[in-house]
Design a protein around this ligand. Structure first.
Ligand code: PGA
Length: 249
């Protein structure tokens, strides 16, 4: 059975005290069962988040990393820096990184390769813009985003890939893809992987949905056959909301 995952992308939110408080509030919840729960605080709080979650099932991810192993890249963070403080997972390709920091397929191919070289797991984000959907290009756009970056990987690498379909028009807008739209795209993605690799691999990959997932809509979205959980932004900043979303699986 595919792993169910709920990941919280905290983006550029929460100072040190708020980070501690949110982690403590999440830890006070009951067990999350078989669902993997991942939080992605900012870089500066990762070490503290790892220390605070050592004794529980919550995992900690980075929100990004640089494509080079080391060197003269002022302000950047390398995968070995992350793994040296116990970070095993990194979010790559988030639409905000693509839109505001110029990340493209080429950068992302290098980042994914660098993460895998350091035995890290990647939550790879992609998704179409509103215009793509309006012009019925959304399948083509998503196909290119996935195939240009991930189809150069060998089958074994995919055990460390988690996909996150996040239609850009649904991120932080309060507008969610309908459960049917999410299911349609997730099934399309699984078929792509099946065509490129095989059925067993396609069946194993967890595909998360992201974009305005809230306590009130999570259950319906997560009930769809090919939706294996969610990547949560705004609602991950509130312990009660995030917990309700996790328990909706
Ligand atoms: P949102 O963000 O839940 O606030 O829409 C999702 C994301 O950016 O991953």
């Amino acid at each position: 059975m595919r792993t169910k995952i709920v990941a919280g992308n905290w983006k550029m939110n929460n100072d040190q005290n708020e980070t501690n408080a949110l982690i403590k509030a999440l830890k006070s919840q009951d067990s999350f069962g078989n669902t993997r729960v991942i939080i992605a605080p900012s870089y500066v709080h990762l070490a503290q988040a790892v220390a605070l979650t050592n004794d529980c099932e919550i995992e900690v991810s980075a929100q990004n990393m640089h494509e080079a192993k080391s060197g003269a890249f002022t302000g950047e963070i390398s995968p070995s820096m992350l793994s040296s403080i116990g970070i095993r997972t990194v979010i790559l390709g988030h639409s905000e990184r693509r839109a505001y920091f110029g990340e493209n397929d080429d950068t992302l191919s290098k980042k994914v390769a660098n993460a895998l070289d350091h035995d890290m797991e990647v939550i790879f984000c992609f998704g179409e813009e509103l215009e793509d959907r309006k012009s019925a290009n959304h399948f083509e756009v998503v196909k290119a985003q996935i195939s240009n970056v991930l189809f150069q990987l060998n089958a074994a690498d995919w055990s460390r890939i988690i996909l996150a379909y996040e239609p850009v028009w649904a991120i932080g807008t309060g507008e969610t893809a309908s459960p049917e739209q999410a299911q349609e795209m997730h099934a399309f993605i699984r078929n792509l992987i099946q065509d490129q690799y095989d059925t067993a691999l396609a069946d194993e990959v967890s595909i998360l949905y992201g974009g305005s997932v809230k306590p009130g809509n999570a259950q319906e979205i997560f009930s769809k056959q090919d939706v294996d959980g969610g990547l949560i932004g705004g609602a991950a900043l509130n312990a009660a909301d995030f917990t309700t979303i996790i328990k909706s699986i």
